[in-house]
Design a protein around this ligand. Sequence first.
Ligand code: HEC
Length: 134
Amino acid sequence: MSGKQAIALLLIGLAAGALMSVMAANVLRAQASYPQALMQVQQVQLGALRNAAKSQQCSGARAGEASLILDATARDIERAFYTNATVPADFRERAEHLRAAISEVRAARDCAQFAPSVARLAASCDACHQSYRQ
Ligand code: HEC
């Protein structure tokens, strides 16, 4: 191998290494911000449910979608916050309460049931935040 070839190989190796560490850093960053991202999604959908209750659109398409997105993302809370760690029993219990509250919202038949179920849902968010959100 000539000296030039050796230098070219060295440069390719360095560039590939740098690229891979950037990729690894991006994966780690995405994992680190996932819990907050999930919570932001929940916040937006809770807002949509509150608006639906306020504007008496309790069984409208937006309310249905919001509760569906809440339902799906709420199933990932424990995994999001405790990826490689044991989930504290108390945290799991609060997540279960949230999921039960979401089911209640989804089961509401009219505004008379929907509005109070959305209020209970918001209370289940606060219940976990009181213990786990600094
Ligand atoms: C089982 C526990 C739990 C439940 C239930 C829960 N959260 Fe959270 N939430 C947390 C924790 C823990 C944090 C703090 C995250 C951090 O800063 O690392 C948080 C933070 C947040 C944040 C701030 C996110 C950020 O960008 O820092 C928002 C917004 C939020 N939650 C909304 C909600 C909403 C809306 C609900 C209910 C629909 C909800 N949460 C239910 C545990 C929970």
